[in-house]
Design a protein around this ligand. Structure first.
Ligand code: SF4
Length: 457
């Protein structure tokens, strides 16, 4: 396929659409779901499933204008103290409802900026977690790190606490882009934190990049990609900037005329694929790249890859118990999101030990559609007969509408529809969200009931 054709297809398929870190997607969680529903979900969760713990630390030193996270920019460190005490209460209350024999296979701190916490508080928070839950000796323990204001002592504390994976927010190394998004971080700084991390023995390092930021050009971003591949991280996540100022008011601080147009965004995406491919990284799917020996690549080959709120994961059979404001927990058939406002989160935990803002219990249809979307986005193919027998459906009848919607994408060479399987073509990899959308029954609701998403391309 020529680049002109791909550019035309990107334009054609650039529509608002979900990233499918959950299905149904978060805008469909509802507030009738309450504390009792969540307590029931915890009680019903199978003891055979593993546990994945997530903690949200919402504090940041300053505001990046592109930010889409639930965060609070503050220089008042004292705000962390009641928050940590609340996390302790929340974890204690949840742990009472979870079989103590169940082990934690994965633990992740996200934010905001987890390393906003000083080294002593990092140790304190991890001690709380180990008090309430049992971590497997080989658990994946990872933390998101902002290189700015990070000291070697922060990393020493994380390592002492058992963290073995780090994810650094790099985004873009170009000074003009950094200026335009209010996130200044020099090459020296990044190099230094990477050197410290390797010297301290963290076994896996991920770097996050963003395409679609203001002032980005293909040339400038190619320089970022060259620099980043020279640093040789184990994984890279390259997210598309979602400009949604109607949801994130501070994104109005970005000058819209500085945002790359569709052709530049396409060029940026091409540069990503070329540079990372040439450096030996495998594209896992939507936005993740890893070395060929990485377990995410192996999981994709074995068809055990899964997708959740943290992106691609190997932990399909784990419940996510998430703590902190706005965090989202997940059992086999339930999603639950905590209160987003810091104040309401802290008040609710003090009152009941839970801070349920909204949630959703999946129907069997939801689960069937989620599985189809996940298989396409993770395996890049779906075995029609195996899927039908697993769920007790005749695939072509159950997904008659989805197959009809896929047809034009097949005509454009993005998917191949055969009697035995549906597969994403190499050109279709750029359109995974659009392909997933064909299986999404919630998108077929009347326009007035639909949430608004960022654009797919
Ligand atoms: S550091 Fe991360 S969470 Fe904080 S403002 Fe920047 S992008 Fe948002």
């Amino acid at each position: 396929m020529t680049s002109t054709t791909t550019a035309a297809l990107l334009q054609k398929y650039s529509v608002p659409g979900p990233r499918y870190t959950s299905y149904p997607t978060a805008p469909y969680f509802h507030t009738e779901f309450g504390v009792t529903d969540w307590a029931d979900a915890l009680a019903a969760s199978s003891a055979d499933r593993g546990i994945s713990l997530y903690v949200h630390i919402p504090f940041c030193d300053s505001l990046c204008y592109y930010c889409g996270c639930n965060m609070v920019a503050t220089r008042d460190y004292q705000k962390t103290q009641p928050y940590l005490a609340t996390l302790d209460q929340e974890m204690a209350r949840t742990a009472l409802r979870v079989d103590p024999q169940r082990v934690v296979r994965q633990l992740h701190w996200g934010g905001g900026t987890p390393t906003y916490l000083n080294p002593d508080d990092i140790r304190r928070l991890m001690a709380m977690m180990r008090d309430h839950f049992t971590l497997a000796p080989d658990a994946e323990i990872s933390c998101e790190v902002d290189p700015r204001e990070l000291t070697r002592e922060h990393l020493v504390a994380l390592r002492e606490c058992g963290f073995n994976r780090l994810s650094f927010g790099v985004q873009d190394m170009d000074p003009d882009v950094q200026q335009a998004v209010n996130r200044i971080q020099s090459e020296f700084l990044i190099r230094q934190v990477l050197d410290w991390s390797r010297e301290l023995g963290f076994s896996s390092i991920n770097l996050d990049l963003i395409v679609g930021l203001p002032k980005q050009t293909v040339e400038s971003f190619s320089r970022t990609l060259e620099r980043v591949t020279f640093w040789a991280p184990d994984r890279l996540a390259v997210f598309g900037y979602a400009h949604v100022p109607w949801m994130k008011k501070h994104q109005n601080l970005i000058n819209e005329s500085d945002l790359p147009d569709a052709a530049t965004r396409f060029g940026l995406q091409q540069a990503v694929n070329e540079h990372l491919g040439a450096a030996g990284y495998i594209n896992i799917g939507l936005d993740h790249f890893a070395r060929p020996e990485d377990e995410l690549v192996r999981a994709q080959q074995n068809k055990t890859l899964w997708r959740n709120f943290q992106g691609y994961t190997t932990q399909k059979d784990s419940d996510i118990l998430a703590f902190g404001a706005s965090s989202i927990s997940q059992t086999a058939d339930v999603y639950m999101q905590n209160e987003k406002s810091l104040k309401r989160y802290q008040e609710s935990i003090a009152a009941t030990g839970f801070a349920v803002e909204r949630g959703l219990k999946l129907t069997r249809d939801d689960q069937i559609q989620r599985e189809a979307i996940t298989r396409v986005m993770c395996d890049l193919e779906l075995d029609v007969a195996a899927f039908g027998s697993e769920w007790g459906i005749t695939f072509s009848d159950y997904f008659v509408d989805a197959l009809a919607e896929l047809r034009p994408l097949a005509d454009d060479g993005l998917v191949q529809i055969e009697a035995e399987k549906i597969s994403v073509t190499p050109s279709g990899r750029l359109f995974l969200r659009n392909i997933g959308m064909c299986f999404d029954r919630y998108l077929k609701q009347v326009a007035s009931e639909k949430p608004r998403y960022s654009r797919t391309a």
